[in-house]
Design a protein around this ligand. Structure first.
Ligand code: HEC
Length: 151
């Protein structure tokens, strides 16, 4: 066997091998009492956009497409979920202090305005998570109104 073939074979073995090491899934059956939907009345259209574009990395419940099981992508996503939830977790929004809620709402508007969120490495594959101009306006308007209403 030539060296090139050995290398290709070696890589194939590694690629198959890592498929058996799946990260823990970020999934839960219940919507906790601290979820933003339970704490505030989130309009249907706003909630639909958040669920589509943000909840995968910023809640305790990721909806995994079939290809999310393929390594090393699954690790990459798991890492984003871990970091994303540390920064902002909609499932725990109700536990945040009023001050933190306001600052997170402000940060959300900022991230959307700058086109930073959802992460482009994610929308590259999750095309349906891309925010339209209209989606952005709906979200920013609601984030702004919420920020003003939380005392
Ligand atoms: C693919 C995963 C992913 C998706 C989807 C995603 N985020 Fe993030 N988000 C992250 C990660 C990871 C961070 C941590 C900082 C970083 O890496 O940029 C973050 C950080 C943030 C922050 C910064 C928090 C702070 O206090 O500064 C905000 C706000 C935010 N995201 C809002 C959103 C919103 C709103 C959406 C939906 C429109 C969204 N994100 C979608 C992964 C994601």
């Amino acid at each position: 066997m030539s060296l090139k073939k050995k290398i290709i074979l070696g890589l194939a073995v590694i690629l198959i091998g890592i498929q058996f090491f799946q990260p823990l899934r970020n999934q839960s059956d219940e919507v906790p009492a601290t979820h933003i939907e339970k704490v505030y009345s989130v309009p249907q259209n706003v909630n639909a956009i958040l669920a589509q574009s943000c909840y995968d990395c910023h809640s305790n419940n990721t909806s995994y497409p079939w290809y999310s099981r393929i390594q090393p992508g699954a690790w990459y996503l798991a890492e984003h979920i871990k970091k994303g939830k540390e920064e902002l977790n909609f499932s725990e929004f109700g536990e945040y202090s009023a001050r933190k809620q306001r600052s997170k709402l402000r940060a959300m508007s900022g991230q959307i305005k700058d086109g930073e969120m959802p992460l482009s490495s994610y929308t590259l594959i999750h095309r349906n998570a891309i925010l339209s101009e209209e989606d952005k306006q709906i979200l920013m308007k609601w984030f702004g109104a919420m920020e003003d209403s939380i005392k």
